[in-house]
Design a protein around this ligand. Structure first.
Ligand code: URA
Length: 424
């Protein structure tokens, strides 16, 4: 078998065998395949697709390319959660300690942000002292003793994905359901949890622009999870406007703390409670309503926040030292009316340009900067009302660029659902 024959077969819409897919991934990881040949195969897959068996073999070969985390020494149900990424998405920071407060074990390895969406690890690194790198032993001990740990993804977890993702990023081959599903699920399965919860974001600020594509991705990932014997649940959620009000690292940590203390924005609170109750109803064998009631109780009695503090302290972080920039200005509306659209993607890009995210992998993040929305879709604003508070460091932003992210019209918009559907 030669790699050229494999490219030729996919180009002619053939179905690749398990052996052919293993040959590809093994040889790529050993440096035996030039990037241009791998890129040619990736483009053939984007154009001609892969069936479920091929997607499974690809996921399996990717998992086998590196280390697989063994969580079997930890008692209890090990839960992992993944979001396909959105602007202002701080759900993991709130959900992980909330679930741990039920005795579930959360072994979470997260990534850094690249692009317009922030990464959980960057958000946690805005807490002075928080260690995102730990030894395997420290990580496992913390999960056993505290119930939750969020660390940076190990360098040797699915190295095939690192190689493929870097090529996909520069060859316009990211947007393929089998490639996205195998990339996400290989990392989740290699991370060792029993229960995988996936939040697929849909809309303008998200990887999946339409509900139809998001459903397809969800079904593919659930089928992969099932084939590996993992309980997998998927929720499709709205990303047509930023989640919550805060965009930017320390600002999002602050909003997460507010939410854990029962004072968070309505959409963030509602999404976290919905996800947590879907998991807790299954693990505790109770009704969804009872699970929701118990989740609210964990927040209202301070138990969930105490778990967050415990996790942060154990990882060396000091929440009292969390700092937000003091260089603040307000962007005000020149127009009266209803806010009918808030462009999540454009606001994510603005946050990135003022330093909240990276333009290249080497860029340093300014943890204290960002944006806080004073109003969201559906609100009525008068001339000169504040739309956004901007927190700056040494980089500037044009007011007009921010104003262009808001559409203000005379007619009240129809409310959009926060959660489209749950698939399991
Ligand atoms: N996130 C991933 O981890 N992989 C993809 O391919 C897309 C989003």
């Amino acid at each position: 078998m030669t790699f050229l024959e494999i490219i030729e077969k996919k180009k002619k819409q053939g179905t690749l065998t398990k052996e052919e897919i293993q040959f590809w991934i093994e040889n790529m990881c050993h440096g035996n395949l030039p990037d241009y040949q791998v890129s040619a195969l990736l483009m053939a897959i984007v154009l001609n697709g892969m069936n479920m068996d091929e997607t499974f073999y690809l996921t399996e070969a990717m998992i086998q390319s590196g280390e697989v985390v063994d969580l079997s020494s930890i008692e209890g149900i090990k839960v992992d959660k993944h979001s396909t990424g959105g602007v202002g998405d701080k759900v993991t920071l709130i959900l992980a300690p909330l679930l741990a407060s039920f005795g579930l074990k959360i072994a979470k390895m997260s990534g850094r942000g690249l692009g317009h969406t922030g990464g959980t690890i960057d958000k946690l690194e805005s807490i002075p002292g928080y260690r995102v790198e730990m030894t395997k032993e420290e990580f496992l001990n913390q999960i056993k003793e505290v119930g939750v740990s969020i660390i940076s993804q190990s360098g040797n977890l699915v190295p095939a994905d690192k190689k493929l993702y870097a090529l996909r990023d520069v060859t316009a081959t990211v947007d393929s359901i089998p490639l996205i599903a195998s990339s996400i699920m290989s990392k989740k399965i290699a991370s060792g949890a029993d229960f995988i919860f996936l939040d697929v974001k849909v809309g303008n600020g998200a990887l999946m622009p339409t509900l139809e594509q998001a459903e397809k991705l969800a079904h593919t990932m659930i089928e992969l999870g099932n084939r590996f014997g993992k309980k997998t649940v998927c929720i499709l959620t709205n990303m047509n406007e930023p989640l919550g009000r805060a965009i930017g690292n320390a600002l999002e940590v602050k909003e997460s703390i507010d939410t854990l203390q029962g004072m968070g924005p309505e959409d963030v609170t509602s999404l976290v409670i919905q996800i947590a109750s879907l998991i807790v109803k299954d693990t505790e064998k109770i009704s969804k309503e009872e699970a929701e009631r118990q989740c609210f109780k964990k927040i209202n009695t301070g138990v969930a926040y105490a778990k967050f503090e415990e996790m942060v302290n154990r990882q060396g972080g000091d929440l009292k030292k969390l700092e937000i920039s003091h260089r603040i200005f307000s962007v005000r509306t020149p127009k009266e009316g209803y806010i009918t659209k808030v462009d999540a993607l454009a606001l994510g890009e603005i946050a990135r340009k003022i330093g909240a995210g990276r333009l290249t992998k080497e860029d340093k993040i300014h943890y204290q900067v960002g944006l806080v929305l004073s109003h969201k879709v559906g609100d009525y604003v008068k001339v000169n009302d504040e739309l956004v508070k901007v927190y700056l460091d040494d980089l500037d932003v044009r007011v007009n660029d921010i104003l262009e992210c808001f559409t203000i019209e005379s007619e009240e918009p129809k409310p959009e659902p926060l959660i489209y559907e749950t698939i399991s």
